[in-house]
Design a protein around this ligand. Structure first.
Ligand SMILES: [Zn+2]
Length: 166
């Protein structure tokens, strides 16, 4: 991600820490930098892995508390999907459209011109809209195939049971 965005996020965190007399931990800044280097969505586990690669072993409590603080400061957006919670650096104030699988939690960013066209024409009362995120919830191809196979296997089992009873 661009350095000016990272610098702006760092400045916002510094300001908060100074105003609230918090400890200025290097961990928090390292976390913020790492988050702003990630393209797109990430989970808390993925963030922990990236930190570990940089030899920063951050406890789950620190990860959790820092993410909560970043969300509060509007530096990170939290997306609560059915399967898991994902995060995203939020200096990215552009429009996004995603499809998310409610079974495996896979999220894919989409380019849907129809959505963009429809939403850009929306006028909101007493509100200056800036950007949007749209999520389509459903079942991905892999999960559809998997559930079909499971159903077929079940049918097979039932049939053999009936055969045995006859
Ligand atoms: Zn899926």
């Amino acid at each position: 991600m661009e350095n000016d965005k990272k610098a702006a996020a760092r400045a916002a965190l510094t300001k908060y820490i100074e105003e609230n007399n918090c400890r200025k931990t290097t961990e928090r800044f390292a976390l913020l930098d790492t988050i702003y280097d990630i393209e797109g969505l990430f989970t808390m586990e993925e963030l922990a892995e990236r930190m570990a690669v940089q030899n920063f072993h951050v406890s789950r409590a620190t990860l959790y508390n820092s993410l909560n603080l970043f969300v509060k400061l509007c530096l990170v957006v939290r997306h609560r999907f059915q399967a898991e919670t994902k995060y995203e650096a939020c200096c990215d104030t552009s429009n996004h459209c995603y499809q998310t699988c409610t079974v495996c939690g896979k999220v894919v960013e989409l380019d849907v011109p129809e959505v963009a066209k429809a939403l850009e024409s929306v006028r909101l009362k007493r509100f200056r809209k800036e950007y949007y995120s749209v999520y389509f919830y459903g079942v991905c191809q892999t999960c559809q195939t998997r559930s079909k196979r499971k159903k077929n296997n079940l049918k097979g089992t039932k049939k053999s049971n009936i055969d045995k009873n006859e």
